[in-house]
Design a protein around this ligand. Structure first.
Ligand SMILES: [Zn+2]
Length: 276
């Protein structure tokens, strides 16, 4: 496997591989991980599939335990969002522990999770879409959101910042954010109706929508989300952007487009450390 990145570390513990952002690993009060398809002992049809929808529940549960053990996270503390391409953000407390994992999913239309409670581990799902990580270095609140193209143009990034501001008093200039890994501009081709929604955002769209022949467009969802965060007051130097494309790294990561839909889901996890 030829994995190269200037922003991620590829960790392998007990045969289970996961990515961490070097920038987020430097923050002492949090722990985070992004899963891969590499997991020794995984019994799901798609290795390390984190979706309960398409595989044996017990085998998927094992995948969560494998990842948590490798990444030093607590399985019992997980709370998972839906992944249904909306832009609702939910403030989570320890009362929500287990939802979407070992308790019934009660997260209709929720694609963003935020918390200020130590010990609760937020979890969101991906297979080309854009993960968004938020860490408030002053109040020590955190957020995690799933940005597909609909969530991106629906400005879920802005909604997370707004929810953290209202709920925790977060000042955007104190946020450290990370964007990705996702299907990057090298591989993310869309048609005109989708491109129009990106143009309509009123940002510097010439930096994230690139017309090509045949009425198709290449879209850079990393740069689009980055500009949305900057427009919310997040400092550019506090935003880390992925340099790993899911489709280009389909030996390591699940990519909806690389597998034409026959794939597993990966997840992002992040918590405020319980001893914090
Ligand atoms: Zn690519």
């Amino acid at each position: 496997m030829d994995f190269q990145s200037n922003v991620f570390t590829l960790n392998t513990v007990d045969g289970v591989s996961f990515l961490t952002y070097d920038r987020l690993s430097q923050i002492p009060f949090i722990r985070h991980a992004f899963s891969t398809k590499i997991g020794k002992g995984s019994r799901t049809r798609h290795p390390m599939d984190m979706s309960f929808d398409r595989d044996d529940r017990e085998a998927v549960t094992e995948n969560y335990k494998l990842l948590c053990n490798a990444a030093g996270l607590d399985y019992s503390s997980l709370v998972a969002s839906a992944q249904d391409h909306h832009t609702f953000v939910r403030v989570c407390t320890s009362a929500e522990k287990g939802i979407g994992i070992y308790r019934e999913k009660d997260m209709q239309s929720v694609d963003g999770l935020v918390t200020i409670e130590p010990g609760l581990t937020l979890c969101t799902y991906y297979a080309d879409c854009t993960p968004l990580f938020f860490v408030d270095t002053v109040t020590h609140a955190i957020g995690l959101a799933h940005g597909g193209w609909r969530g991106t143009v629906g400005k879920i990034a802005e909604k997370v910042v707004g929810t953290m501001r209202e709920s925790f008093g977060t000042d955007p200039k104190d946020l450290v954010c990370a964007i990705g890994p996702n299907i990057s501009v090298c591989c993310y081709e869309v048609d005109e109706s989708c491109a129009k929604e990106f143009y309509a955002l009123g940002l510097q769209s010439d930096r994230f929508v690139f017309p090509k022949e045949g009425g198709k467009y290449m879209v850079d969802m990393l740069e689009c989300n980055r500009q949305i965060l900057v427009s919310c007051g997040v400092k550019p130097e506090n935003i880390t952007v992925s340099d790993v494309c899911t489709k280009h790294n389909s030996d390591l990561l699940w990519s909806h487009r690389a597998t034409k839909g026959d794939r597993g889901l990966m997840c992002a996890m992040m918590r405020i450390n319980p001893d914090h």
